[in-house]
Design a protein around this ligand. Structure first.
Ligand SMILES: NC(=O)c1ccc[n+]([C@@H]2O[C@H](COP(=O)([O-])OP(=O)(O)OC[C@H]3O[C@@H](n4cnc5c(N)ncnc54)[C@H](OP(=O)(O)O)[C@@H]3O)[C@@H](O)[C@H]2O)c1
Ligand SMILES: *[C@@H]1O[C@H](CO)[C@@H](O)[C@H](O)[C@H]1NC(C)=O
Ligand SMILES: *[C@@H]1O[C@H](CO)[C@@H](O)[C@H](O)[C@H]1NC(C)=O
Length: 322
């Protein structure tokens, strides 16, 4: 009686396996072997998911990697884990604390980096959060949490590191998401104090990320700095842990199997943006699957400019007392 079972089950698994492999082949892989000896990189949110895999790969390629995490403890733990996975024990991993929900913490972090390093060659603005809209969480400085952590924190962090980024050829990687296509920027309510429940706060922050990358590329004076926005794809990480219940995970399992990338697969496009030499003269563009991505969103120059100016103003106001 076992015969019919194996007759169907084996081919079924084989078929599923093949479907998965075909999908994977479309996700793109960073194929270059560019080494990063003597370069210094920073990865935010490097203790988990995509950020962890980016930090590991940059260290594998011999960059000195500042593993920037919400607490020093998490950063140290991440460094240990990365060390354990590397083939060589010569990697230089520097654990540092940066709580992106606090402008004060970002300022302290940047001061320390500016003090201890001569130049920065790669900055990966990766950390991000996703909460249910209804929770209405705020950062320490009273910014809506998606706007504050995913966008404004990285805006501030990047501006504080611009001098070090301008010393030698460098790349700023902005980890956005294709969900930016569902986002909107309300210039009279950037911090979402009045927005309705329906607004997708996460998507809005990711749209702001893409605008930031475009505007940064346009404004930067140093010819050394290149800016790359990217979408890692749909990745199986802890990002949605605040929005998902246990039974969601069971429902998601089959979807995850077919459509979701591992963290390592999700890290490919950010790593590509950080290392690929054929795109060394490109800046301000968006990438996905290790190639340029045509966004369905419509971008308006004046929105990018006003978003930048208002963000700068918000930071100036909030950091006056720091
Ligand atoms: N997963 C996807 O499908 C997907 C799709 C498109 C884009 N992305 C983007 O990819 C990036 C990485 O996400 P992931 O999927 O790898 O999720 P993840 O595993 O949840 O990683 C997010 C990282 O951000 C850190 N972080 C959050 N709030 C922070 C804060 N206030 N200060 C410092 N660090 C903070 C987290 O630290 P803790 O561990 O301390 O919370 C964690 O290390 C995000 O920008 C996300 O928007 C993900
Ligand atoms: C933008 O925000 C203002 C509140 O300042 C609100 O009146 C308006 O309806 C919002 N616009 C959109 C398109 O949500
Ligand atoms: C980038 O520009 C420099 C200077 O113009 C040039 O030497 C180099 O070949 C260019 N790289 C690529 C990949 O086009």
């Amino acid at each position: 009686m076992a015969f019919p079972l194996s007759y169907y089950i084996l081919p079924t698994f084989l078929l599923l396996f093949i479907i998965r492999k075909v999908r994977e082949s479309k996700w793109g892989k960073c194929k270059n072997n560019v080494q990063l000896d003597g370069k210094t990189a920073i990865v935010t949110g490097a203790n988990s998911g995509i950020g962890f895999e980016i930090a590991r790969e940059l260290a594998q390629r011999k960059a000195h990697v500042i593993v920037a995490c919400r607490t020093l403890e998490k950063a140290r733990e991440a460094c240990l884990q990365i060390h354990a996975k590397l083939k060589s024990d010569q990697a230089v991993l520097i654990p540092m604390e940066v709580n992106l929900a606090s402008l004060k913490s970002i300022k302290n972090f940047a001061e320390e980096v500016n003090k201890n390093h001569e130049e920065i060659n790669i900055l990966v603005n990766n950390a991000g959060v996703s909460f249910p809209n209804s929770q209405r969480m705020l950062t320490e400085d009273k910014f809506e949490i998606h706007f504050g952590v995913n966008y404004l924190a990285h805006f501030y962090l990047t501006s504080l590191l611009l001098k070090l980024l301008s010393i030698a050829p460098s790349r700023v990687i902005v980890v956005a998401s294709s969900l930016h296509e569902r986002g909107e920027i309300n210039l009279s309510d950037l911090n979402h104090l009045h927005s309705t429940k329906k607004t997708n706060l996460y998507a809005n922050s990711k749209l702001a990320n893409v605008y930031f990358a475009q505007e940064l590329a346009r404004r930067i004076e140093s010819n050394h700095v290149r800016v790359y926005a990217c979408c890692p794809g749909w990745v199986y990480t802890g990002l949605f842990r605040h929005s998902l219940k246990w039974y969601h995970y069971i429902l998601i399992a089959p979807v995850a199997f077919f459509f979701m990338r591992s963290a390592k697969q999700g890290a490919q496009t950010p790593i590509y943006c950080a290392t690929e030499s054929s795109i060394e003269n490109e800046t301000g563009l968006l990438y996905r699957d290790c190639k340029p991505y045509n966004s369905k969103a419509i971008f308006y120059d004046n929105v990018g400019i006003k978003l930048w100016e208002q963000s700068q103003q918000m930071i100036n106001d909030a950091t006056k007392e720091l």
